[in-house]
Design a protein around this ligand. Structure first.
Ligand code: G3P
Ligand code: MG
Length: 253
């Protein structure tokens, strides 16, 4: 298995400000073994963890990340999820600081390369790789919605597994996965059918599903053959989460 059956989405997104050090730490406290995080570049090309191209929704700031230098982002705080009473907002995390913490905590990382715009695709990957090279032993899987990013990852870090991210499995998925030598396919729950999971598994690729927030929903996907799920609420998957391979469906996949 490339990652783990239960993966913390943006750390523990439902419980702490997403893509922050606090979110990563909380995921680890809850027993998570692998986290998924999104990386993008500031205007002065610092790789930081953030999901949206704009600050407005997830933080106390305004404007586009790609138009702001890292220093200008110093006062920005990522907001606590609405449902968490008394949660504190948190500073933005650089990829470098997150990698250090992940290594200290003994976690694996699914790094999703999330360029702020298509013209930043390759640079985002290249600068993330520069940071990743400082952490050679870290369990790592790189994924992206951008095929160009994944081709560049194949060129620069051929030995690191790659995952194709799709909202819906495309008809020509197998050719793409073969060209990229992708080890996994990551699919949204939105258009998901059992036959899609079965098809990908039959072709020797692992399947990870986003975003699954109830044990019951996860049981269905594991029964369909999913390898793992991304969740915002790792605490809902106790005690399975401690064991990298065990799932709420029962038998190890
Ligand atoms: O990597 C899985 C998932 O995070 C992809 O969607 O929009 O949450 O980054 P998104
Ligand atoms: Mg993501």
């Amino acid at each position: 298995m490339l990652m783990s059956a239960i993966i913390g989405h943006r750390g523990a997104r439902g419980l702490a400000p997403e893509n922050t050090l606090q979110s990563i730490e909380l995921a680890a406290e809850l027993g998570v073994r692998w986290v998924e995080l999104d990386v993008m570049l500031t205007r002065d090309q610092v790789p930081i963890l953030f999901h949206d191209a704009w600050l407005n929704k997830l933080s106390n700031g305004r404007g586009q990340i790609e138009k702001l230098d890292f220093n200008a982002l110093g006062k920005i705080r990522v907001l606590s999820p609405r449902k968490v009473k008394g949660g504190t907002s948190q500073p933005l995390a650089t990829l470098a600081s997150a990698l250090e913490r992940i290594q200290q905590l003994g976690l694996g990382l699914n790094l999703e390369i999330k360029p702020t715009s298509p013209d930043k695709d390759l640079l985002t990957l290249q600068l993330a790789v520069r940071e990743l090279k400082n952490f050679p032993g870290l369990p790592l899987l790189i994924s992206s919605f951008s095929m160009d990013v994944l081709y560049e990852a194949q060129r620069l870090l051929p030995q690191i597994p790659r995952g194709c991210l799709w909202e819906k499995l495309p008809k020509n998925w197998l050719q793409k996965a073969k060209d990229l030598e992708a080890a996994s396919v990551h699919l949204s729950t939105s258009w998901l059918r059992r036959s899609q999971i079965e098809e990908v598994r039959a072709q020797g690729r692992e399947v990870y599903i986003y975003t699954v927030n109830s044990k019951r929903q996860s049981e269905k996907y594991f029964a369909w053959g999913a390898t793992g799920i991304f969740t915002d609420y790792p605490e809902r998957f106790q005690p399975f989460i401690q064991d990298r391979r065990r799932t709420p469906f029962g038998e190890p996949v």
